[in-house]
Design a protein. Structure first.
Length: 424
């Protein structure tokens, strides 16, 4: 009889032992699949953290202009960037806030000639530290976005907005420090600065309520053309990329002195738990593979000893020893294949709860407009793909091969006469 057909007959005759072997294989394949799914999920989540959180690098130095910041921000390692250009401007048609307690800064009336407000030219509101860390927040409208680069828009503090009845959609006129240029900007947002008004008299341009945000090019028009930006913040994917960004900054700034600071705390707080889960998943795969080979090897060895009489009869009938080993391999492999499919079904059912329990929740989705509240992040999911199933099937078949061939070495030493004599 062909040893493959004989393997099928043997499995049907030993249904209870085949079922026990199937149960062992299902457990092993489920653990293997779980390990691979965790590895894949942690890799996807780490990439998602790089996109959502990233690492903020702040560059300050002489000669850093918007054009240089744009060139540095165009690097492939930079996801987002935000140069900040600060200047003082005058008010036209609206009344800036004034400090209580006397004193004069020439900003009294709605058209004060002296600079009464501070204007920060920015590109990406979401990279401003007070807003990204939540100490300041948008209360109406939105912040300045990269698509506002060629628009004249402005975001005002709520105290200034309340005094002048400003809301998103209104128009605000700003004058340059020398009074020679005027820019009309559309209010797109109102924000709340937690800094309280000072108790002592303070110049108008130092009051927190007189701080405005506009696009960088609007600020340049108020400042009579290009000038050095105060700082530029660049968001990169991982701390390892900071060295390359530092080299690029050195080339652009001519190797001069500049301040280069890396803030990777938020990134590491998000990535480290994910990396720990990934290392745990890799350990699971190795332990299951080794333990599975040992357990199945012992099971097959035990079954081989129980079948000594059967093997002796087959040998006495002239059956070749390698076919006996092949029969055992086929029997175990025939049990391993359905175990893989059962493990996939279990993975589909238990993947969602397992992901919620084992994987840390990723950072929230970025807001649709910078400065507004972020959208809740989707919970991590364990999804079984064809590659994961193929890897599990390969390891399962490899385990079945090792678990049968190693005990099968003993079959090669058997002699039918000694086996039958021992059994009788």
């Amino acid at each position: 009889m062909n040893f493959v057909k004989r393997a099928g007959t043997s499995l049907r005759a030993r249904k209870s032992k085949a079922a026990a072997l199937l149960a062992v294989f299902v457990v092993l394949c489920t653990l293997l699949l779980g390990g691979f799914l965790l590895q894949g999920a942690t890799a996807r989540q780490e990439a998602e953290v790089q996109r959502r959180v990233g690492v903020d690098v702040t560059v300050r130095g002489e000669g850093l202009t918007r054009h240089l910041a744009d060139r540095l921000g165009g690097s492939e390692r930079v996801h987002r960037y935000n140069p900040v250009l600060s200047l003082r401007a005058g008010a036209r048609g609206f009344a800036p806030l004034r400090s209580e307690g006397g004193g004069s800064d020439g900003a009294g009336g709605g058209d004060g000639e002296q600079p009464a407000v501070v204007v920060n030219g920015v590109r990406d509101f979401g990279l401003l530290l007070p807003f990204s860390y939540g100490s300041a927040r948008i209360t109406a409208g939105r912040g300045v976005a990269p698509e506002d680069a060629d628009r004249d828009v402005v975001v005002v503090e709520e105290r200034l907005a309340a005094r002048n009845g400003l809301a998103p959609g209104d128009t605000l006129r700003l004058a340059s420090a020398d009074g020679e240029r005027t820019v009309s900007a559309t209010v797109v947002g109102v924000f709340r600065d937690p800094a309280p008004d000072p108790a002592r008299w303070t110049p108008s341009y130092e009051l927190p309520g007189n701080l405005l945000y506009v696009p960088v090019r609007t600020a340049e028009r108020l400042g009579a053309g290009a000038s050095d930006v105060r700082e530029a913040v660049f968001r990169i994917g991982a701390p390892e990329q900071a060295e390359g960004l530092h080299s690029a900054a050195e080339r652009l700034l001519g190797g001069g002195d500049f301040d280069f600071r890396v803030n990777d705390k938020a990134y590491r707080d998000q990535v480290r738990p994910v990396q720990r889960v990934g290392a745990f998943a890799e350990l699971i795969v190795w332990l299951v593979a080794v333990a599975g080979a040992l357990i199945l090897g012992l099971v097959v060895l035990s079954q081989t000893r129980e079948r000594r009489e059967e093997l002796g009869v087959l040998l006495s009938m002239g059956e070749r020893k390698w076919k006996l080993v092949g029969q055992l391999v086929v029997e175990v492999a025939a049990v391993a294949v359905p175990a893989v499919f059962l493990a996939v079904l279990i993975g589909r059912v238990a993947g969602g709860p397992a992901g919620d329990a084992l994987l840390p929740r990723a950072a929230d989705e970025p807001a649709a407009h910078p400065g507004t509240a972020p959208a809740p992040a989707d919970p991590p999911q364990l999804r079984a793909g064809a590659v994961d199933v193929g890897r599990v099937a390969g390891i399962a078949l490899g385990i079945s091969l090792v678990a049968t061939v190693v005990p099968g070495v003993g079959i090669l030493r058997l002699h039918p006469r000694s086996i039958l004599a021992t059994d009788t």
